[in-house]
Design a protein around this ligand. Sequence first.
Ligand code: NAD
Ligand code: UFG
Length: 362
Amino acid sequence: MKNKILVTGGAGYIGSHTCIALHEAGYDIVVYDNLSNSSPEAIKRVSTLIDQPIEFIEGDIRDAESLKQVFTAHHFFGVIHFAGLKAVGESVAKPLMYYNNNVSGTITLLEVMSEYDVKNLVFSSSATVYGDPENLPINEESPRSCTNPYGQSKLAVEHILEDLAKSDDRWNLIALRYFNPVGAHPSGQIGEDPNDIPNNLMPYISQVAVGKLKQLSIFGNDYPTVDGTGVRDFIHVTDLAQGHVAALNYLEQQTSPEKSCLDTASTKQTSSKSSSVGFLPINLGTGKGTSVLELISAFSDVSGQAIPYQFTARRAGDIASCYASANKAKSSLGWQAKLPITDMCQDTWRWQSMNPNGYNIS
Ligand code: NAD
Ligand code: UFG
């Protein structure tokens, strides 16, 4: 058995897929989630898929006492920290809720990690920290700026992690900046299950395809892009999950005593401490942009369903194009996305058509 990992937010969309990837890679996992945006059914299905019970603790990352109980009961190598609120529009209406949950919650988690001397973290950041990019593809050195409280909360956590790494070189902190996660597990058993009407494009398309929603509104057809609609870097959630495994492998290699000895031998320095990762931001994207119209066409092809749409005004805060430079993920983690748009659509469609009401099975 490999190292034990705490997965905050592990019942959610990306977390549930990552739990499977971690299990397959041999990690021992403990999921900690307050279920504010997820269902116990997701945990049940992950357990069925991996044919093993999941150790699940219902708790809030802002609750230090509850976290301490978990850290007392388990010896963790590190934490993958998905827990957070993610709806941009809601964050504009309820900024305090977002800062409290995403920023204060992360500070509480880091304080408890520090107390228990667990200093390895993989944090869910977002391409939103790049704001409206000056250059494409976007690399990790691009300037950061945000226009909404959700994005600000991600950026604030990145700044906190940077300061923490500077303050003490025993911290090893990777911020994975996700581009646009879509798709579902190929079994069709787990996937994205938004509450109410989806804000994001892929779940909206799939709900139109399954007949839950009448038609899609395309927000703007006058962007300076291939066909006037917005361009994004869609990435399959199972590829994203593998990116987390690669990040953990990297942390293990960098912090292992053998690595430290090798480094010491090769540089002929004498040092007793392991090498430190510090703060390491890494894009997780495919490096390829796809327009809204191209995604609709691909989805329609694989599902055999018509996707009626109308063009409407641009959505406030949207940018024309956003896609990653995926070079750093490849060179530092040895990871790259594998699955094409057709698989993203096929797997989303399988999940949506097998579970028209998501995890709400009553
Ligand atoms: P999700 O809402 O499906 O999962 C987040 C999970 O965190 C949920 O299960 C929720 O119940 C839990 N949670 C929220 N607040 C909590 C708290 N205070 N204590 C404990 N648990 C809490 O979202 P997701 O799409 O799986 O996203 C995971 C992470 O990735 C989030 O931090 C999100 O901001 C980030 N991210 C997501 C996207 C995306 O498009 N899905 C893009 C970039 C970054
Ligand atoms: N779009 C539509 N109609 C819809 C929904 C979206 O035309 O009903 C368009 C948008 O205008 C945009 C594209 O589809 O051009 C993608 O929009 P999404 O809402 O799916 O994704 P965004 O790129 O706007 O934002 C998402 C997350 C953010 C995250 C960002 C980068 O919602 O939280 O990706 O990771 F920060």
